[in-house]
Each structure stands twice: as structure tokens, then as C-alpha cells.
Write a protein that binds this ligand. Sequence first.
Ligand SMILES: Cc1cc2nc3c(=O)[nH]c(=O)nc-3n(C[C@H](O)[C@H](O)[C@H](O)COP(=O)(O)OP(=O)(O)OC[C@H]3O[C@@H](n4cnc5c(N)ncnc54)[C@H](O)[C@@H]3O)c2cc1C
Length: 372
Amino acid sequence: MRVLIVGGGVLGTMHAWQAVRRGHEVVQVERELEARGASVRNFGLVWVGGRAAGEELDTALRARELWQEIGEQVGGIGFRPNGSLTVVRSEAELAVAKQVAAAADARRRGLVLLGANEVREVNPALAGDSLGALWCQRDAAVEPRLAQPALRQHLAASGRYRFVPGREVRALLSNGVRDDHGEVHEADLVLLCTGAALGGLVREIAGAVPVRRVRLQMMQTVPAEFRLSTSVADGDSFRYYPAYRGAALDELNRVQPQPPVAAEHKMQLLVVQRLDGSLTIGDTHEYEEPYGFDVVEEPYRHLVEVAESILGRPLPAVRRRWAGVYAQCVDTSEVVHRQRVADNAVLITGPGGRGMTCSPAIAERTAEELGL
Ligand SMILES: Cc1cc2nc3c(=O)[nH]c(=O)nc-3n(C[C@H](O)[C@H](O)[C@H](O)COP(=O)(O)OP(=O)(O)OC[C@H]3O[C@@H](n4cnc5c(N)ncnc54)[C@H](O)[C@@H]3O)c2cc1C
């Protein structure tokens, strides 16, 4: 079959991976010269621990297996099973960590509660305040800036894959698509993995989809002189992942509301060390459009303060700041929105803040459902 994929982000690339693996001919069309959407702006966290029980956790666990397999074949994506520590710094946060670690599915998630000394054994760079941490051994990381090009290079070696950058798909045809240069790309099946682009072509062929957009602020330091052996989160992250809900979290929210800046910008701290030693740090969440076109400083100051208090040392200088937008299903219990938009075309969008994590398993499921 000739499969045409619209969108050069991780979801499009993982669909290309599945289609090539199953013996099909694949063309992937991207409107920019290189992927520039959520897939290159994210942390690269393959984040399993906090997923909602059921389909979301099943998808994340399957995706974690697939990332590992893909990482073994494509070293350039930088896959590493480094795990994560959610550091707790108050009794109320510790109570949440204890409740989560005692849950029936904690082992499946790879979650273990560590005391303060064990935290330093697992990640010696964490020299700051801590009462302990929730250690997720299943969490992993990849390099978002490197993953797409590395995957494409590997796919191209099959002889059945071609990347067509700098072309915006403007029309869906019964025999493929037409791009903004007027060129027709013939295909038997079109998969639209167009991310947070919900207007234009998507609006014309799919109407209003049950997906909203979310904007985040991020930053990255210069390479650090120390090594972070795990990714790191703060206790505020308990407030954002469904697996942590329960009486202990309700109590945390009651006795320890987020600091005003963190509450206003719906923040948590996440830190991932890149392969070059630099630290990717975030994040904020903005739900109401129109979004600011600029990034604001107050949340960055808060993130630096929290990160330095957990690390017990000054952060390296910040070198890059950016914002990114992802598409998220309005019904957040949906892992992704799949919509048949024509006999020969399916739209796949809305994996939300877990799209990097889940993309290999989402693509595998699409391939199975379509009988590829
Ligand atoms: C700041 C930030 C941090 C995040 N951190 C994480 C994380 O650590 N872990 C995690 O699991 N998830 C994370 N996410 C979510 C994750 O990045 C996204 O869910 C995922 O990247 C979505 O991939 P995508 O391919 O659907 O979208 P995108 O990466 O946005 O790709 C869509 C592509 O389609 C192209 N396109 C659109 N329309 C057309 C057209 N008509 N013709 C041609 N091309 C078109 C766009 O140019 C774009 O390149 C984060 C997101 C953000 C923004």
C-alpha cells in the first residue's frame, strides 16, 4: 500500500515507522523544512508513572516497550531508561507519595517510595531539601531535537520511505493529497498527524474536532558540570497526573496550596538532562486562547528557585527559552482522537502532554485498526 502521512512530528513519524515495518511504501509530508511543532519542543520524557489506570496506562506501558525496541535499532534517538524521581519536601507531599507507592498497581508502574538517603544514592546530584521521593523506574527519556531526523534516516534505509519537507498539504483527494506547490502525491491511505493545527485543512475536512490546545513555557540551560542520573519532578507534579488522585492529594491541596505564581500558571517542575549535559526545565500550562505571543518571566524565576532548592546548588545559566503548543482531547480520558475523515483518510491528533510517551503505541494501534 502507498501510505501518505501529513505531519513531520513524532506521531507522524511513528505512523511512518509502523507502515514501513509492515511492508508499505511511505511518503511523509511536512509543511516546515524540519519538524517544528510540539515534538521538538518537549522534554523527551517517556513518562509512565502518573498515567490513569486503564487504556492510558496500558498505552504508555506498551509505548515504553516500543521506545526501548526502537532505541536499540536507532541509537540516534538517545533512548535511555533513566527513571524519574518526584521529590517530596513536605509531610503532605510525602503522604501522597506513600499512598501512590502503596497502591495495587504501583509495581506495574515501577513506583517505589525512597527515603532521603536512598534518594541521594539513586541520584547523587540531588543535594537539596527532601523528605524522600517517588521513584519511577519505568520512566525513560529520548532526545526530542534528534529523534525525528534519526528515525527518518533509519526509515530511508528501507528504500520504502521518503520525507518531503517544505510542502503544506492543502487538499485531500480520492487518490491522495495536493500540496501548496500544486503537486499531487498519490496514495491509497492518508494519515493526518497534523498536531495542534486544527484550522485550515483539518477544519475543512474534519470540522470542529473535540480537541483543545494547550501552551507551555520551557527553558534549557548550558551543559551542567554535574550528572543527573534520573529525571526529576517536584511535588506539584502530583497535582497534574491522574494516578496520584486520592485522599492524600485532596489533603495536600487543602493544607499546601500551590504558591500563587505556580497556581496562576498551572505549574509543576520537571527537569531532564540532555545528552550534552544541559537541563531542559519546565513547565506552565495555558488553556485560554488567544495565547500570549511572548514568554513571561515570573514562572521561570519560580522554576529556577524550586530546581535549585531540590538540587541544593545553583542552576547552570539558562541559554534557551521557548513555548510550545500541544493538542489534547477535550475528554482527557481519551488517549488520542482518531477520526475517519474520508474513505481513504484518518485524522490522528490530541494525545496531549503524553504524546511523546505514547506515540509508538498509538501508531501501532492505528496500524492494527486499519489492518496495515
Ligand atoms: C512544551 C511541551 C512539552 C511536552 N513534554 C512532553 C513530554 O515530555 N512527554 C510527552 O509524552 N509528551 C510531551 N508533550 C506532548 C508531545 O510533545 C505532543 O503530544 C506530541 O509531540 C504531538 O506530536 P504530533 O506529531 O501530533 O504534533 P507536532 O509535533 O506538532 O507535529 C505536527 C506537524 O504537522 C505539521 N503540519 C500541520 N498541518 C500540516 C499540513 N497541512 N501539511 C503539512 N504539514 C502539516 C506541523 O508543521 C507539525 O510539524 C509536550 C508538549 C509540549 C508542547
